[in-house]
Design a protein around this ligand. Structure first.
Ligand code: PLP
Length: 822
């Protein structure tokens, strides 16, 4: 079904040197070595970025069956990999883009290129929803809009494609020209031009002009006259191009005559080609309206008539932008992805499910609704799904919908089928699921949120949301500051600074950090039990836990002769040698670690020991975030350098040296030695005066009740919060037992409601607190943010006279954690 191309033909598109040992048919291109479904039919592009070097994975991909590779000209080809084929590129990313651009020329259907600061993905999805089954459509998976995402998307174009829609995102100058030649849109659409990704552009105008380069060869540009700058920018750059402008201006090609917003829908009267019509849009907010109008304008240009639009727009549904990971009933984990339902996004969510359920014998279940994929017969589609599930090691399928049910005989794994979601919910109980990893993936109209609701472990509604994209972005930011060879130890002690256990560790392992650091053996054992296989250092090993640590291959920090001797005793008992350990040197903290005066003795002792192998030697900085201590920090670094040189000479072998924590990486980058230990920075807290890191965790609750209270009444225990005026007082079910510090009561702390700050009033109780929402237009059920992007945790820390570390790690385990990818 997937169109395939001979490797020799693909290499012609690449216009590069080739080695062909055995010409093969290729259908898929992969750039991520971790998700290979069809090795024999895949071409792997080895891309060297700041973080990974794709060439490192070639031999392991070869083991899995991949035979076709694009490599850099400096890469030394391994002769042992017999019958492998290579495209040899001066720059693999550029060559990949060139290859897809060349292939793009084979197709002559309309190709829509969407760019802009916000809304690209939604507009792309809505164009696709509106086109529905009327044409065979290809589109970018998820929000694949980067230098790599674009060629991966455009590669999907094939001889059956009738229309395509791709998004293009850029973060710096020079990027757009490269992806423009890959997409080569015939129809250009710009959504808007906001402040997102502004840091690398001198001005909004510069950013706009860079984005507009996407349309150099388009036959038309679609845009809104309601958005500032855009029209002016376009008429300057392309004075003679056809445009389709929409908005309220009388001379717009698509004119908004009137718009009325009702309680749950909006009515808009449009004029197009001298005809008017009235469309009912199933939402009321401005942003959705703008996104829908972009999509409508494109469809009208494609020739869809107003009658078609009338019924199509009614069916527009919101695009769920995130994939969530939650705790389920009976010790299950739940991944809920209602993003969009096609086979490529199914593959991506299965990869995430696998990443989060690594234990070798975990049962993996997929609850799947009929998926909508235009242009593929249902039987072919079901065979593809079955194939994919077997490749990914899914144990059980629960299918919902007529298409899946009617093709039940095509699935050869444990499977059950239901006609509707209601029928499914009638037939299952919590006991249908135990200790398994479940992916819930349903098209919007199947309303699978009911299934996810049913299977979710019920905690109270106060929750900590963890944005995994932001975590990865922060990690990559640190990587970008380091040399390629510097290793990363990611600190996941104290429940990953309050944000989670295996969920975070699995993401970090997937991102290929080198080590994890925990405080106590128990934390490491918990990670091992969930299948985390990275090396783990235990910072505070206790004698009693030594045997368990050894059993779970956890590597201790050795900080004194006493600990060293105790650990050696245990190793001798078990007859182990060369066990990896990490030596801590105290250079000024005066806490744990060998003092400099003990180093001579340490050299003597270590030299003769065969039980252990010193894997690393490290020290910890006491004031790396504060300018006033910079001289002291430099002294610590120099002492560390000297001591570790001496140890290296004495031991006669080398080991990893590391001293920098988050603030150290940002402020003393040059002292990175062989590894750094990043902690709070990954979770979004950096150092003032440096790049702002992305917010990762948001602590949220909701308003459970609002009541009017008269002036001079008091609120809560101890009659503390006396009201100065008649007030609306909201109850929020979060208290000090959840980790909301009681000192935040009586006006010290505030919470964000509807983008406005509401002070906490009266004393905070164990399980709830009260906030003053007078004049804020708040309703029961509204979300409340305790901290998050709109209320930085550092503000809260300041109000409390503490540091973000304490706030993060004080959030109680009873607060449910929800992990998501956008
Ligand atoms: C916690 C810890 C770190 C991480 O510190 P951050 O300031 O959170 O980056 C580094 N090293 C050691 C020894 C630690 O205990």
């Amino acid at each position: 079904m997937m169109q395939s191309y001979l490797f020799s033909r693909i290499s012609e598109w690449a216009m590069a040197k080739t080695i062909i040992n055995n010409d093969l048919e290729i259908s898929y291109i992969i750039t991520d070595s971790r998700s290979v479904s069809y090795p024999e039919k895949s071409l792997f592009i080895a891309i060297t970025g700041g973080n990974h070097n794709g060439h490192d994975y070639i031999s392991s991909l070869y083991q899995q069956g991949v035979r076709c590779f694009m490599v850099d000209e400096h890469y030394a080809i391994d002769e042992k990999l017999a019958d492998a084929n290579y495209i040899i590129a001066d720059n693999t990313l550029e060559c990949f883009q060139r290859l897809v651009a060349e292939k793009r020329h084979l197709y002559h259907c309309p190709v829509i290129g969407v760019t802009g600061s916000n809304g690209k993905t939604i507009v792309k999805e809505w164009i696709s929803q509106l086109i529905g089954n009327s044409k065979v459509l290809v589109r970018s998976p998820k929000s694949y809009n980067s230098q790599i995402g674009v060629p991966l998307s455009v590669w999907q174009l094939n001889k059956n494609t009738e229309v395509a829609v791709f998004e293009a995102g850029i973060s710096q100058m020079g990027e757009m020209e490269r992806i423009a030649s890959v997409i080569e849109p015939t129809i250009g659409l710009i959504t808007n031009i906001g402040a997102a990704h502004q840091e690398n552009f001198a001005s909004r105008k510069e950013k706009l002009n860079e984005k507009l380069k996407l349309f150099a060869n388009s036959e038309i540009i679609v845009f809104s006259t309601e958005v500032p700058f855009v029209e002016e920018g376009i008429s300057k750059m392309y004075p003679h191009k056809n445009v389709l402008r929409w908005g309220t201006n009388l001379n717009n090609e698509l004119q908004i005559v009137k718009k009325v917003v009702a309680s749950s829908s909006s009515q808009v009267e449009l004029k197009w080609n001298n005809k008017t019509c009235s469309l009912e849009l199933p939402f009321i907010d401005e942003v959705s309206f703008e996104n829908a109008m972009h999509a409508i304008a494109v469809l009208l240009y494609l020739g869809y008539d107003l009658k078609y639009m009338e019924s199509a727009v009614k069916k527009l549904v919101p695009v769920a932008m995130r994939m969530e990971l939650k705790e389920g009933v009976n010790n299950c984990i739940l991944v809920n992805d209602s993003y969009n339902s096609d086979i490529s996004s199914l593959g991506l969510s299965l990869d995430f499910l696998i990443q989060q359920s690594r234990k070798s014998n975990t049962v993996r279940t997929l609850i799947l609704s009929d998926i909508y994929q235009s242009g593929i017969e249902s039987e072919v589609l079901c065979r593809q799904i079955n194939d994919l599930l077997k490749k990914k090691g899914i144990s059980r399928l629960i299918g919902v919908g007529e298409v899946l049910k009617n093709n039940a005989q095509l699935f050869d794994l444990e499977a059950s089928f239901y006609n509707t979601t209601a029928e499914l919910l009638d037939s299952i109980s919590h006991n249908t699921f135990k200790n398994e990893a479940i992916l819930i993936k349903g098209s919007r109209n199947f309303e699978f949120e009911q299934v996810s609701d049913f299977l979710e472990k019920k905690h109270h509604q106060t929750r900590l949301e963890i944005n995994l994209n932001a975590l990865v972005d922060n990690l990559n930011y640190f990587r970008s500051k380091l040399k390629d060879t510097t290793k990363i130890l990611a600190m996941v002690k104290a429940f990953s600074y309050g944000s989670g256990s295996f969920e975070i560790a699995n993401v970090l392992q997937h991102q290929k950090v080198d080590y994890l650091g925990v405080a106590f053996a128990d934390e490491g054992i918990e990670l091992r039990k969930s299948g985390v296989s990275l090396p783990i250092i235990v910072m505070n090993p206790e004698v009693k836990s030594f045997p368990a640590m050894i059993e779970h291959q956890l590597e201790p920090e050795i900080y004194s002769f006493k600990v060293l001797n105790q650990f050696i005793d245990v190793l001798r008992n078990e007859g182990l040698t060369q066990y990896p350990v990490h030596i801590k040197v105290d250079t000024g903290m005066n806490r744990l670690g060998f003092m400099t005066s003990e180093i001579d003795q340490l050299k003597e002792v270590l030299r003769d020991l065969n039980e252990i192998r010193v894997r690393s030697v490290f020290s910890h900085l006491v004031g790396s975030d504060e300018v006033q201590f910079d001289d002291f920090t430099k002294t610590q670094i120099n002492t560390f350098d000297r001591v570790t040189q001496e140890l290296k000479e004495a031991l006669g072998y080398s080991f990893i040296r590391h001293i920098l924590n988050t603030a150290g990486i940002l402020r003393f980058t040059e002292s990175q030695f062989d590894m750094v230990r990043v902690g709070i920075g990954m979770y979004g807290i950096g150092v003032e005066g440096h790049k702002k890191l992305k917010n990762v965790t948001s602590f949220k609750s909701y308003i459970s009740q609002i009541r009017e209270v008269k002036a001079h009444e008091t609120i809560g225990y101890g009659r503390r919060g006396e009201l100065a005026y008649d007030s609306d007082i909201a109850v929020v079910p979060v208290g000090y037992a959840d980790g909301l510090n009681r000192k935040l009561g009586n006006g010290v702390g505030k919470m964000m409601v509807n983008n406005q700050l509401a002070p906490i009033i009266g004393n905070i109780c164990m399980d709830m607190c009260m906030i003053d929402v007078t004049g804020l237009n708040a309703k029961e059920g509204d979300e409340v943010q305790i901290f998050g992007p709109a209320q930085p945790v550092s503000d809260l820390a300041k109000a409390l006279g503490t540091i973000p570390y304490e706030i993060f790690t004080s959030i109680s385990r009873r607060v449910k954690r929800i992990y998501y990818y956008e």
